[in-house]
Design a protein around this ligand. Structure first.
Ligand code: MN
Length: 425
């Protein structure tokens, strides 16, 4: 199965060398100015196509950009139109049809339980974002002590803690167990049973994101311990566990899913297994990892190179300063699922055949970018992307000039190392 991207991802291996070589790196080779044949197509528009307003602009937004469009005469949902300027008055560079690539968790149906809640974004079958065929996401909240019950599912689960601490437990098919408190990342392979419980570290309990490496994943369709036992005849239970039927007199008659529980002790250990504990931890202290600094922001990456059990989902936590941008790039094979923790951003997806569409995102929103789509923003097993800037810098300059008619000066400014995050002009 191809690896999947979560949040924002960047090439970890290259990051260390980027900072070491950016300053004083050899510039692109310049070439003599040879005359070119006349253009066969018109030049691209000079319109800078900036964003026309933001979520907090004190205006009534209109469907107008320059001389294009007209005012709206019918009713308007102004807050939504303020949040989505690139849909109402798109850049003229947008073209054709690109599937919706924005899903705010604020539009997800929420499942309220005693002790917490869960809301999800899924792909094809439930279709809140049909483009999201490879990755699904869940936002979950557990009050202090509350438990997301023992369960399993046929997708790998990767988690990012937004606030608080959870205690997780898991047992492998080989009988090894693992129990730990986690304040940043965890990962469970597909099919491996596990539980999540809010600790008492934060009086509010815990809230986290869950990311699954299957767009068809449905949080309401997982295999729950209580649901299973409630649907097994008592006679079979007694036989399986070598007990009386009465031993199961008090099991729930239906699933619990999320329910209140006693706050677990901080140093809770699993029972000693004859097969030992798992050789690698299922948690990763991402919060303590030092970010790599770039001129326009910072990047941290956790993938199977440092978070060994995370074989199918990798993450980059990217901070892009106001006005800076994640450089133009694409991911060769992996889809990207991005969650915005703070601030707002604009992303243009380039879908080939002249098709491109721009979306605006606020914190709490999800962006989805299929593998290979060119992006001008941004985020697997091992993080991998292709930089437009580096691609052009490492291509024969005459070939680049024949395509784009760039000046020698512009060619000489191409970067042979990935800029990753680009500072404002
Ligand atoms: Mn799970």
């Amino acid at each position: 199965m191809p690896s999947k991207l979560a949040l924002k991802l960047l090439p970890a291996v290259l990051l260390a060398s980027i900072l070491a070589t950016t300053h004083g790196a050899p510039l692109g080779t310049s070439t003599s100015a040879a005359p070119y044949p006349s253009p066969t197509v018109p030049y691209a528009s000079d319109d800078p196509n900036t964003e026309l307003w933001g979520p907090y602009s004190d205006i009534v937004p209109q469907a107008q950009r320059g001389t294009y469009g007209a005012t709206i005469l019918g009713p308007q949902n102004v807050p939504l139109e303020l949040q989505n300027p690139s849909l109402l008055a798109p850049p003229t560079t947008d073209h054709g049809t690109v599937k919706n690539a924005k899903w705010p968790f604020a539009l997800s149906h929420n499942r309220l339980q005693t002790g917490g809640w869960a809301r999800q974004q899924t792909g094809i079958s439930i279709a809140d974002m049909p483009i999201a065929t490879g990755i699904a996401g869940v936002n979950m909240r557990l009050e202090k002590g509350a438990i997301r019950e023992l369960h399993w599912h046929n997708a790998a689960e990767w988690a990012y803690v937004l606030k608080g601490t959870a205690q997780i437990s898991t047992v492998t098919a080989d009988g090894q167990n693992y129990v730990a408190n986690v304040g940043s990342l965890w990962y469970f392979p597909s099919g491996q049973p596990h539980s999540i419980q809010a600790t008492g570290d934060d009086s509010d309990g815990v809230e986290f994101l869950l990311v699954f490496d299957n767009g068809e994943f449905n949080e309401n369709d997982t295999f729950l311990l209580t649901d299973w036992l409630a649907h097994v005849p008592k006679e079979v239970l007694a036989k399986n566990f070598h007990t009386s039927e009465a031993a199961f007199d008090r099991i729930p008659g239906q699933e619990l899913y999320i329910f209140p529980g006693p706050v677990p002790s901080d140093n809770q250990q699993g029972p000693q297994s004859p097969y030992g504990t798992t050789p690698e931890p299922y948690t990763f202290d991402f919060a303590s990892m030092k970010p790599t600094q770039h001129p326009g922001g910072t990047v941290k990456i956790a993938d199977s190179r440092n978070f060994k059990v995370a074989k199918t989902i990798a993450v980059a936590e990217v901070t892009v300063q106001p006005g800076a941008m994640r450089e133009l790039h694409w991911h060769p094979s992996d889809d990207e699922w991005t969650y915005f923790i703070e601030g707002s951003a604009r992303i243009t997806l380039f879908a080939a055949s002249g098709n491109a569409r721009t979306f605006d995102y606020q914190c709490g929103d999800i962006a989805y970018i299929p593998g290979s789509y060119g992006e001008l923003s941004d985020n697997l097993d091992v993080f991998k992307d292709v930089s437009l800037n580096q691609w052009l810098a490492l291509t024969p300059p005459e070939l680049v000039k024949a395509h784009l008619r760039l000046s020698d000066e512009t060619i000489s400014q191409l970067s042979k190392v990935k800029p990753v995050v680009v500072a404002p002009q």
